[in-house]
Design a protein around this ligand. Structure first.
Ligand code: MN3
Length: 252
């Protein structure tokens, strides 16, 4: 953010703070605004911190073969996801977000205050960074362990029932979007989906909670290898899920 904008924001906050005091607004809220902290929607779910910039992939484009082919990974990461990160950088600049002070996860929690460009690209960037980390090389015996496995059985009946419900969420998402496993505010595991690049951290989202696992069901994620067969892509994708990381997210 440039200095002029930053100063005018501070003046705005000062003025608003005085007006707020005059109007007798809560003193517990105002000091944090005056200190320049992000204003966080009180109901925003906790989500993991993801930087505003695109991060290195962490594995080769070939690492997820044969489930996801190298060309799909290369186009997906270096073109689609890179574009979300670039457009997000433009949006935060244009809309005066101080990225040194406010984390992306907090911004998503009040995304209704921003433009469609911020929503689409903030979500697009966050979701893809989250997605890359959620996968690792193929394992035919891939399944969650420990406390997460117990919670899945408790909330869905069995691992197979969980997979069926998650698969249906991905299959039935009309058009483009994401399927999610989230931990809701009652510490219950919930499956759902979001349209476009929305996610469960957004104050605009019907599905709310802490994301534990997300699956990209946009055609760009699977079309080269699976064409119109989204269910085949989802069925194969289970071999890639990094359950160790999902467990870590759950235990946090
Ligand atoms: Mn994608």
């Amino acid at each position: 953010m440039n200095k002029k904008l930053s100063n005018s924001r501070r003046d705005f906050i000062k003025t608003t703070g005085k007006a707020g005091l005059a109007a007798g607004l809560s003193l517990t809220v105002l000091p944090s605004i005056a200190a320049g902290n992000p204003v966080i929607n009180g109901n925003a779910p906790f989500g993991e911190d993801i930087p505003y910039e695109q991060q290195p992939l962490g594995y080769a484009y070939t690492a997820l073969e044969p489930v996801i082919d190298a060309m799909t990974m290369e186009i997906h990461y270096s073109r689609h996801a890179a574009a979300y990160a670039k457009n997000l950088a433009e949006a935060v600049k244009a809309e005066g977000v101080d990225t040194g002070k406010e984390k992306l996860v907090s911004l998503l929690g009040r995304i209704s205050k921003f433009s469609a460009k911020m929503r689409n690209n903030g979500g697009g960037h966050y979701n893809h960074e989250f997605f890359w980390k959620s996968m690792r090389a193929v394992s035919d015996t891939n399944a969650p362990q420990g406390a997460l496995a117990d919670a899945i059985i408790k909330d869905f009946g069995s691992f197979d029932a969980f997979k069926t419900q998650f698969t249906d969420a991905g299959k039935n998402r009309f058009g483009s979007g994401w399927a999610w496993l989230v931990l809701n505010k009652d510490s219950k595991l919930v499956i759902g989906s979001t349209p476009n690049q929305d996610n469960p951290l957004m104050d605009t989202s019907e599905l709310k909670g802490t994301p534990l696992l997300g699956l990209d069901v946009w055609e760009h994620a699977y079309y080269l290898k699976y064409q119109n067969r989204r269910p085949d892509y989802i069925a194969a994708w289970w071999k890639l899920v990094n359950w160790d990381l999902v467990s870590t997210r759950y235990s946090k």
